[in-house]
Design a protein around this ligand. Structure first.
Ligand SMILES: *Cc1c(COP(=O)(O)O)cnc(C)c1O
Length: 430
């Protein structure tokens, strides 16, 4: 009864991601969560396949993350970052500097992934502006990308993916090359990058930076591409003197099998965005890291002030939990966990390749994707009920059923997720 009241109020007053208040969609109330399980208000337990959008890599309600948050609350939850600093921010940036490639020595603590992308774009534009290249204000990227929902981030996300087409008139116009297609380095063909190269050559005067998600394109299509493409992008950025921004907000902290995806291409970006799993999914925090070259470039006309400073910048509570989450990660056997998930996803999802309605099954690290021939959006209402009835939490979008479970998931629970995906495919093809 109480639950119905809650859901009624929710459907009448609260916007959810990409949702309507006129045609509210089916929604579940979560009471609590522990490990890989969510407990719903009606008492049912479901296994989370989404890591709450890539973030809860250690699972929910982790005693060490809880303790970190509690002790930080008793010291100070927040203090402004203008003119003040604190141990949690210092500890966190020290860890980030140590974890990432050696040239990435500087961090801006942002309040969400989208904001870290905004800051990355500002860094790139300020870098050139300060050196007198005021015409270098465009970004070059690839199609099928996703970099966030704020205006600057939208402007470099896929322009035709449906999400942002409405705002096309107010968004700055950037340059889009075709999405990478090469899957394995062995199959590399120069034609994969030729349009990208030509766009860069033709617009070199205007291009400040390239921005791209390394190896895995997330919300823009859950597509994987080969490290050679990334190596080529780095080489072209060097050759034509533009900065390289890597958006590792989804891929960072082990998800693809290396701590950062760029390691698989053996390259280093000039600017790096991280977020999502940074606090283990406890609260919102992201960071934009950069090299000495970027810091010096921004400073070449004087003060070197980077023009950004959110109210909750460097929030101590978020920083303290992030420190604990990174410690947990580095003390764990995350490589072994991700490898085991990858192997099980390959074993259990690959057979679905032959099911009716399936276009492609693909797996990379702890990410499993089933791409269908048809979109599922029109079925989402019964589909989300059906999925919960299978005892799992999976959230398909467009023609994609995909999972990226917490690293701590065990074999039996992961098998329930892959089995549920099979049931969804079968049900959809009826
Ligand atoms: C989620 C995501 C973002 C946006 O992060 P928010 O925290 O949702 O603002 C940006 N880039 C990538 C690659 C993402 O996956």
């Amino acid at each position: 009864m109480k639950n119905n009241k809650n859901l009624n109020f929710d459907s009448q007053h609260i916007w959810h991601p990409y949702s309507s208040l006129v045609q509210p969609s089916v929604i579940q109330e979560v009471l609590s969560a522990k490990g890989v399980r969510l407990t719903l208000a009606d008492g049912r337990e479901i296994i989370d396949g989404m890591s709450s959008w890539w973030s809860t890599i250690h699972g929910y309600n982790h005693p060490r993350l809880n303790q970190a948050a509690k002790s930080q609350i008793d010291q100070m939850s927040h203090v402004m970052f203008g003119g003040l600093t604190h141990q949690p921010a210092i500890d966190l940036v020290r860890k980030l500097v140590n974890m990432t490639a050696a040239p990435l020595q500087y961090a801006f603590l942002a309040d969400s992934g989208s904001i870290s992308v905004e800051v990355a774009i500002k860094m790139a534009i300020q870098y050139w502006f300060a050196q007198g290249f005021t015409h270098k204000q465009k970004l070059l990227t690839v199609r099928n990308g996703y970099h966030g929902d704020s205006f600057g981030a939208m402007a470099v996300s896929d322009p035709e993916n449906g999400m942002h087409s409405m705002f096309a008139q107010v968004l700055p116009k950037h340059l889009f090359a075709p999405a990478p297609t090469c899957r394995r380095d062995e199959d590399w063909q120069d034609s994969d990058i030729s349009e990208f190269r030509q766009l860069l050559i033709d617009n070199q005067r205007e291009v400040a930076a390239v921005i791209i998600e390394p190896l895995v394109q997330g919300a823009g299509g859950m597509r994987f591409y080969c490290p050679e493409y990334l190596r080529q992008v780095r080489a072209l950025c060097d050759q034509y003197d533009v900065l390289l921004i890597l958006d590792e907000i989804a891929t960072g902290f082990g998800r693809t099998g290396s701590l950062f995806a760029y390691e698989q291409a053996d390259i280093c970006p000039d600017i790096l965005c991280v977020g999502k799993a940074l606090t283990g999914g406890y609260m919102t925090l992201a960071a934009t890291m950069c090299t000495d070259k970027v810091v010096k470039g921004i400073a070449s006309d004087g003060s070197g002030a980077l023009m950004h400073g959110p109210t909750f910048m460097g929030n101590p509570l978020a920083c303290r939990v992030a420190c604990e989450s990174l410690d947990l990660l580095m003390e764990s056997d995350w490589q072994g966990q991700v490898k085991a998930i990858e192997q099980q996803l390959l074993d259990e999802l690959s057979p679905y390749q032959s099911k009716e309605g399936v276009k492609e099954v693909r797996v990379k690290g702890a990410i499993g994707v089933v791409e269908l021939h048809q979109p599922v959006d029109q079925y989402m209402d019964w589909l989300s009920d059906f999925i919960v009835d299978q005892g799992v939490w999976i959230r398909p979008f467009r023609n994609l059923i995909y999972i990226m479970p917490p690293y701590i998931i065990n074999k039996a629970d992961l098998a329930k997720l892959t089995k549920a995906i099979g049931a969804v495919i079968d049900r959809l093809s009826l």
